[in-house]
Write a new protein. Structure first.
Ligand code: ADP
Ligand code: MG
Length: 262
């Protein structure tokens, strides 16, 4: 298995507070990888470190073969084009239409003609399952689910190898969330991308995630496939996966995996 992201021994401090104290994980090529953990566990900070928005105090992160702590400015600029990001909040620029939002990076990073950019924008809008007319609308005219799709189209504008999603289904209704999951699976298949997502969504975890890392107590306390993570007896893993609600709702998924379900 080829690792496209390799974090080792990450230490992160904000003032006196230590958020990560030796966090290590590996994301493999073409998988859907989830980062789990309680609110405040440091998931978003870890993702920001992977995309060079924050720098850890110690440790090493290698993305697509490049050590983030030891790359030149030019290499960093180049690497930034290899990933698309869907942030938890701050989805789109409200003063731009959906098409203009998707076009932002194409304008900034490429020398494509206006005609070519428009063509790419239209293809991204179709790719995420939005109607062509949505391109002319403003974010305020879209539903929550459509905004997520539009933001995803923008994240995919530069045809990245890696897609980072911070709680993509939070705030969506159940139908919207499952449709978004389906879209992620299709995109991974179609585009051959690797997906890293922060999520609390058990449906996503049970249905579309290949491997995951659980952040707790400033460490990765469990990592791997669902079976590997379920083998952990860490209190967070127990509380998250082995509670009565989960055992009942996901009984079929948990059966035969060493979790006591009726
Ligand atoms: N830029 C920052 N400066 C100081 N503290 C921060 C910063 N970003 C996050 N934190 C703190 O780090 C902790 C982990 O945050 P975060 O990664 O956002 O958690 P989550 O796992 O919910 O995504 C929180 O206590 C948060 O307040
Ligand atoms: Mg977060």
């Amino acid at each position: 298995m080829k690792a496209v992201i390799e974090a080792s021994g990450i230490v992160t401090r904000f003032g006196e507070r230590t958020i990560h104290d030796g966090v290590s994980l590996q994301v493999h090529e073409n998988e859907i990888f989830a980062i789990l953990g309680e609110s405040g566990a440091g998931k978003s900070v870890l993702m920001k470190e992977m995309i060079m928005l924050l720098r850890p105090n110690a440790g090493k992160i290698v993305v697509l073969g490049r050590d983030l702590s030891a790359i030149s400015f030019q290499e960093a600029q180049h690497l930034r084009r290899e990933w698309g990001v869907l942030f938890q909040f701050g989805a789109l620029f409200s003063s731009l239409t959906i098409a203009e939002n998707i076009e932002v990076q194409l304008k900034e990073y490429t020398r494509l003609s206006k005609r070519m950019r428009d063509k790419l924008v239209r293809s991204k809008i179709a790719l995420v399952g939005l109607d062509a007319h949505v391109g002319a609308l403003y974010p305020s005219e879209l539903s929550g689910g459509m905004i997520k799709r539009a933001a995803l189209a923008r994240a995919l504008a530069m045809e990245p190898k890696l897609l980072f999603l911070d709680e993509p289904t939070s705030g969506l209704d159940p139908v919207g969330a499952r449709n978004f999951d389906k879209l992620i699976v299709e995109l991974r298949q179609m585009l051959g991308i690797t997906v890293v997502m922060i999520t609390h969504d058990l449906d996503s975890i049970f249905n579309i995630v290949d491997r995951m890392a659980v952040l707790a107590d400033k460490h990765v306390v469990a990592q791997g496939t669902l079976d590997e993570v379920l083998a952990s007896t860490h209190p967070f893993v127990e509380a998250f996966f082995k509670n009565e609600y989960t055992k009942e709702k996901f009984a079929d998924k948990l059966k035969g995996r060493g979790v006591d379900v009726q």
